[in-house]
Design a protein around this ligand. Structure first.
Ligand SMILES: *[C@@H]1O[C@H](CO)[C@@H](O)[C@H](O)[C@H]1NC(C)=O
Ligand SMILES: *[C@@H]1O[C@H](CO)[C@@H](O)[C@H](O)[C@H]1NC(C)=O
Ligand SMILES: *[C@@H]1O[C@H](CO)[C@@H](O)[C@H](O)[C@H]1NC(C)=O
Ligand SMILES: *[C@@H]1O[C@H](CO)[C@@H](O)[C@H](O)[C@H]1NC(C)=O
Ligand SMILES: *[C@@H]1O[C@H](CO)[C@@H](O)[C@H](O)[C@H]1NC(C)=O
Ligand SMILES: *[C@@H]1O[C@H](CO)[C@@H](O)[C@H](O)[C@H]1NC(C)=O
Ligand SMILES: *[C@@H]1O[C@H](CO)[C@@H](O)[C@H](O)[C@H]1NC(C)=O
Ligand SMILES: *[C@@H]1O[C@H](CO)[C@@H](O)[C@H](O)[C@H]1NC(C)=O
Length: 250
């Protein structure tokens, strides 16, 4: 397994100059070397390019989840694109288009790869990946700032994460996404939480994936004001600042 940091840096922190953070940085690629390589100019290679191009340029889908396949027999490529639930279709396409370029540069000739960036995830494989909960590989990111009153913070966060998990898991086959905030945290700080599953999971699988990710918060982000746990089938994030759009239509 290779993890390559690439240079498409997030600019999020520029909007919050009054907060000193963030160690959560660039997009992360995970390329699965163990799964084998394809050869340049092979059918698989052509199929992959065709698939990722059609995925990132599709204008029919407006709910941020793309489950596309292309090819035949041993040259089938399956891909999932998942945008953060608050993105407009155009912003989603643009994120997936960037990821398409980044993933093939960072994981050249890999039969299977996954890329997480701030606003979307792109993964592909020659194996079936739809309607299947995958919890590994996983990835953590955290906000460098420390929490002052950990017990209180953790209690509110715990509550918040349970709430969003229930709501996201009961979403439909197009969107399993929920956010929430609770301002009863310490020192007038608000905690913002977001969770999301690929919507091809069942309610039960989504619950299970999110519960697993949430159970990793103490390992990944103990005492931190923010953190993310990224998995192929679900992801979670919390911060003490607002990092998602709260459109009334969601
Ligand atoms: C795939 O390619 C990578 C990088 O070129 C190489 O390190 C790896 O050993 C190859 N894997 C297989 C199974 O051939
Ligand atoms: C792949 O095809 C391109 C364009 O036809 C060619 O320039 C390149 O040399 C080929 N690469 C390999 C490894 O065959
Ligand atoms: C997709 O990315 C390619 C290569 O970076 C770029 O030329 C193209 O304009 C992008 N398309 C969209 C719709 O953003
Ligand atoms: C996918 O590729 C791997 C490695 O080359 C291979 O072992 C596996 O059987 C392939 N899966 C399918 C469905 O062809
Ligand atoms: C957070 O706490 C750790 C451990 O006590 C310390 O090393 C680190 O410098 C603190 N970070 C900030 C941003 O204050
Ligand atoms: C915020 O968290 C507190 C403590 O966990 C809880 O009592 C309260 O109901 C929560 N508020 C909302 C709006 O969820
Ligand atoms: C989440 O919290 C909201 C507001 O406090 C509440 O109305 C809703 O019932 C909760 N949902 C779940 C699944 O806990
Ligand atoms: C792709 O996703 C859509 C929306 O969730 C679903 O209706 C469709 O059955 C899925 N296709 C496959 C091949 O899983």
């Amino acid at each position: 397994m290779r993890v390559a940091a690439i240079s498409r840096m997030f600019i999020l922190f520029l909007c919050f100059p009054f907060l000193k953070f963030i160690s959560l940085g660039s997009a992360q690629n995970v390329c699965d070397n163990g799964h084998g390589n394809y050869t340049a100019n092979s059918t698989y290679s052509t199929n992959l390019n065709t698939l990722l191009s059609s995925l990132s340029s599709d204008t029919q889908i407006d709910y941020g989840f793309y489950n596309f396949s292309y090819g035949e027999n041993s040259n089938i490529v399956n891909a999932i694109g998942l945008c953060r639930g608050d993105l407009e279709p155009e912003e989603c396409r643009s994120c997936l288009n960037d990821s398409r370029v980044d993933i093939t540069q960072a994981c050249p000739n890999q039969k299977k790869a996954i890329l997480w960036s701030e606003k979307c995830m792109l993964r592909y494989s020659n194996d079936t990946i739809f309607h299947k909960m995958e919890t590994s590989p996983g990835y953590y990111m955290w906000n460098a700032n420390n929490v002052t009153e950990l017990d209180q913070f953790s209690a509110v966060l715990d509550d918040l994460m349970k709430n969003v998990t229930g709501r996201a898991a009961s979403g439909d086959s197009r969107r399993k996404y929920a956010t929430a905030e609770n301002s009863t945290a310490i020192n007038f700080q608000t905690i913002y939480g977001l969770v999301q599953c690929t919507p091809d999971l069942s309610q039960q699988e989504c619950n299970q994936c999110l519960e697993g990710a949430i159970s990793e918060i103490p390992t990944c982000c103990n005492g931190k004001q923010g953190g993310r746990v990224l998995r192929p089938s679900c992801n979670i994030r919390f911060e003490t600042y607002s990092f998602y759009e709260t459109a009334t239509t969601l």
